[in-house]
Design a protein around this ligand. Structure first.
Ligand code: C2E
Ligand code: CA
Ligand code: CA
Length: 276
């Protein structure tokens, strides 16, 4: 038993060491990837539940890794966070969005709003606002998606202050992943977001579970009574879309309409309104 224990220890130790080496390599590759412009914005369209019109898109970061191909955030965001470069990635995505919006405008393609994900740390960064001041943003054309936990930690005051300034620049606030983690209705009152994104974990069961349907229905009703629009995430079927429309949800996003697309594919689809 003793030797087994020792083996196990060595096994663990060996894996740990391999992890450290892999993470270090990944961290170095992220830094050089930033230098080399390997990170880009992909877009997932959002539609009006009522009219099915294209209303906007969520920008999602992707990494064109030189040897591993296209990588999604689950492969790199955790390490990027550990080495403190999520803010840099968020900024790259915002810059890409502003550039792509100009290209769409030049092509006569209307994408009324684009939202970007903003990491908690960035909202606490006092230089964030300075970096936004010299941008020209028309009211409502950009939103920041924030997860609620942002507002519940110790530096709440700076975050609240920054939030007000962001709003005053014409940038809308959307609460992301609502229904998971530190969700509270109180924060809706406090933050006065423009939109609430209902997490896909809540959205997906609504077709089969009356209880979850009631829950989502109540969230939509409360949001509406506060003048907050709702966006359903992870809408994977026409049945979900129809039900969400019936429940009064405003915007729909999910594989039922389209997965996230590269700039080129998104632009082609938006030009011809050919989703899926
Ligand atoms: P999120 O903000 O909740 O983004 C939605 C995620 O759900 C995306 O994954 C999207 O591809 C996926 N998704 C969309 N429709 C469906 C559907 O119908 N079914 C299912 N099962 N999934 C769907 P993605 O792009 O891999 O992003 C994962 C997470 O990484 C995002 O979750 C967000 O938290 C984070 N993230 C992505 N881009 C950025 C960024 O630029 N900055 C920061 N800070 N975080 C980002
Ligand atoms: Ca999001
Ligand atoms: Ca989300």
């Amino acid at each position: 038993a003793k030797s087994q224990g020792r083996n196990r220890y060595q096994f663990f130790n060996h894996n740990l060491q391999a992890d450290i080496i892999n993470n270090k390599r990944l961290a170095d590759e992220i830094l050089s990837g930033i230098e080399n412009g390997e990170f880009t914005a992909w877009y997932q369209p959002q539609f009006s539940a009522r009219t099915n019109e294209l209303i906007g898109a969520e920008a999602l970061v992707r990494w064109n890794h030189p040897s591993r191909g296209l990588l999604t955030p689950d492969k790199f965001l955790k390490i990027a966070d550990e080495i403190n470069v999520v803010q840099t990635l968020d900024r790259l995505v915002l810059d890409a969005v502003l550039r792509d919006k100009m290209r769409w405008a030049a092509l006569g393609i209307s994408i009324p709003k684009v939202s970007v994900n903003v990491s908690a740390r960035r909202l606490h960064d006092e230089s964030l606002i300075d970096s936004l001041l010299n941008l020209y943003i028309r009211p409502g054309e950009i939103s920041f998606e924030l997860v609620e936990s942002i507002f519940l930690d110790e530096s709440e005051d700076i975050a609240a202050h920054n939030l007000d300034r962001i709003k005053s620049l014409g940038i809308d606030i959307e609460i992301d992943d609502f229904g998971t983690g530190h969700t509270s209705i109180v924060s809706l009152l406090k933050l006065k977001p423009k939109r609430l994104k209902i997490d896909r974990q809540l959205v997906q069961p609504i077709v089969n579970s009356p209880q979850e349907r009631t829950l989502v229905s109540s969230i939509i009703d409360i949001a509406r009574s506060l003048g907050v629009e709702t966006v359903a995430e992870g809408v994977e079927s026409a049945a979900h879309a129809a039900l969400l429309h019936e429940l009064g949800c405003d915007l729909l996003q999910g594989y039922a309409f389209s997965p996230p697309l590269s700039y080129t594919d998104f632009t082609t689809a938006a030009a011809g309104q050919t989703w899926r």
